[in-house]
Design a binder for this molecule. Structure first.
Ligand SMILES: Nc1ncnc2c1ncn2[C@@H]1O[C@H](COP(=O)(O)OP(=O)(O)OP(=O)(O)O)[C@@H](O)[C@H]1O
Ligand SMILES: [Mg+2]
Length: 396
């Protein structure tokens, strides 16, 4: 039976979810050992499309009978969506997600003790929503930020204490952590504040995640020796599927694909074992023919616009100068001074665009040279150029 998820699915069925046994084991045992006090904070890192979100959701599902669990996607906070991420916006978003999850709790009985907590924290229950018979207190968010944030960030511990006869602890998953970069110069303060709160909670485990790599500036701010969580944060990196895993995966989940050996080699080469690409490409490939190397190449060109969809989105939000830097790098690695002379600007004016492009993960620097770090973007741009004789600077 065909059982492959779309690349955009955030929650997979057990039949669709493949492998990751090691990661699940590590994460679950870290979380479960934390009931013995002073839990470490975890960072689940890895490149785009590698499967961080589906992994977090899988673990959440497996823990939810024994723990109060909450999944929070920072990129869905409305202040981020509206283009101006603020501390208060983040805190409000956390509050919404925690309360939403709390409402759906199986053992949810009454808010009696919780509402006492609301009162001691000086929050009048300004509004009571009747959401399916469950009263939902809403804090007055116009109060000052410190008061609101200490109130919200204490909630996971309070919920544990309220229900400790039924649960072993609270697990908070915070996804798309890289969004916090938008706080700019205020990032450090926020991280240190967060750490202070987290450190004092004995029964709450935090699992952060985001498309971050070790070269990312935010990682050293968080986990580096001088960083806010320095020494106390465990990094679990999610890797691409190996060639063998992809082979077994396709055999099991998509038996109607007929590869010969060279065809499979090419398939792996195109997708690099990154689950988003593996799934998208496998779903779009023709099923009625034998797939040899040439056929897979042809199919790759045909399906590139679908494989590159996130990247095309990202590309279209770049400035013209950033786009030009990328097209310069299509011919190979370049030093900064070569990029600047090729596009006719001063080397100094490239600082910001180069930093931004590195932060978005589209390029990276190695041995004083810049290179494109997204092969699918590279392939798509080359295809566009071949077809249209011009790069898609404006036309999307
Ligand atoms: N273990 C898996 N088994 C099967 N398919 C997977 C697995 N992990 C990921 N995928 C596929 O890859 C897609 C992308 O995964 P996911 O959204 O979790 O990536 P991500 O690392 O969170 O990416 P981003 O950084 O863009 O948020 C999923 O929708 C699914 O189709
Ligand atoms: Mg994700």
């Amino acid at each position: 039976m065909e059982d492959i998820a779309w690349g955009t699915d955030a929650e997979l069925t057990d039949a669709q979810f493949y492998n990751r046994k090691q990661e699940i084991l590590v994460l679950k045992s870290l979380i479960e050992s934390s009931s013995k006090g002073s839990p470490p904070t975890i960072m689940v890192s890895g490149i785009r499309g590698i499967g961080k979100t589906v992994l977090l959701k899988k673990i959440k599902k497996e823990l939810k009978d024994d723990y109060f669990t909450c999944y929070i996607d920072l990129s869905l906070s409305s202040s981020y969506q509206m283009g101006e991420l603020t501390e208060i916006g983040i805190i409000e978003h956390l509050y919404d997600c925690i309360m939403e999850e709390y409402k759906g709790l199986k053992f949810f009985s009454s808010l009696k003790r919780l509402s006492k907590y609301f009162k001691t924290k000086d929050f009048s229950i300004s509004d009571i929503l009747d959401a399916g018979g469950i009263p939902m207190p809403i804090p007055k968010t116009s109060d000052n930020y410190r008061k609101l944030s200490s109130f919200v960030l204490d909630l996971p511990q309070v919920i544990y204490e309220e229900h400790q006869d039924k649960i072993k602890g609270t697990v908070i998953f915070i996804d798309e952590f890289q969004v916090l970069k938008d706080l700019g110069v205020r990032l450090d303060t926020f991280l240190w504040y967060l750490r202070g709160v987290i450190q004092s909670q004995k029964n709450v485990m935090y699992v952060f995640s985001g498309s971050l790599t070790s070269s990312d500036s935010i990682i050293s701010k968080i986990a580096g020796s001088e960083g806010a969580f320095g020494g106390r944060m465990l990094n679990v990196e999610v890797h691409p599927f190996t060639k063998n895993t992809v082979k077994e995966y396709l055999k099991e989940k998509s038996p109607s694909l007929i590869f010969d050996d060279t065809g499979f080699e090419r398939f792996f080469n195109c997708t690099k074992g990154i689950p988003f690409y593996v799934n998208t490409f496998a779903k779009l490939l023709r099923r009625d023919i034998q797939l040899d190397e040439d056929k897979v190449k042809e199919e790759f060109q045909r399906t590139l616009p679908y494989l590159a969809i996130h990247l095309i989105n990202q590309w279209s939000r770049l400035t013209l100068q950033e786009q030009k830097i990328i097209t310069e790098l299509l011919n190979g690695p370049l030093r900064r001074k070569n990029i600047s002379s090729n596009i006719g600007v001063t080397s100094g004016s490239l600082s910001n665009p180069l930093n931004k492009l590195q932060d978005t993960g589209l390029i990276k620097s190695e041995d004083y040279h810049y290179i494109i770090s997204e092969p699918i973007l590279e392939a798509w741009l080359k295809r566009e150029y071949k077809e249209k004789k011009v790069y898609p600077f404006r036309s999307i």
